[in-house]
Design a protein around this ligand. Structure first.
Ligand code: F3S
Ligand code: F3S
Length: 112
């Protein structure tokens, strides 16, 4: 199991987590960031630096957070809006840059 970024990140996107990740597996959507579940090495370095406590271990996700466990996977496994192919395993977010789109769950998340 990996770590996962939950709803508290939406429209906040502090990005401190990116600087902490030793394997560069945190990718930028539009309104939220996403942890690649297969590239994450479960080191836990990102979790304490998020000012809104958006990052949790997937196995500790509560019922509300569980949809983001699935969602972070779908961000990589399914073609995102406007793309023909899935991101798959890019091997590092710096190489691909900001993706700029979100999964439907996040794109349709109510704005506060
Ligand atoms: Fe989001 Fe927190 Fe990272 S707000 S961008 S998960 S530091
Ligand atoms: Fe990266 Fe470690 Fe978090 S691998 S996504 S900093 S748990």
């Amino acid at each position: 199991m990996s770590y996962v970024i939950t709803d508290a990140c939406i429209d906040y996107t502090d990005k401190s987590c990116i600087e902490e990740c030793p394997v560069d597996c945190i990718y930028e959507g539009s309104r939220k960031l996403y942890i690649h579940p297969a590239e994450c090495i479960d080191c836990g370095a990102c979790e304490p630096v998020c000012p809104v406590e958006a990052i949790v271990e997937a196995r500790d996700a509560d019922d509300e957070q569980e949809k983001f466990v699935t969602g972070d996977s779908r961000f990589f496994l399914e073609p995102l809006p406007g793309r023909d192919a899935s991101l798959g395993k890019p091997g590092g977010s710096k190489a691909v840059g900001a993706i700029g789109v979100d999964i439907e769950l996040v794109a349709e998340w109510p704005r506060s």
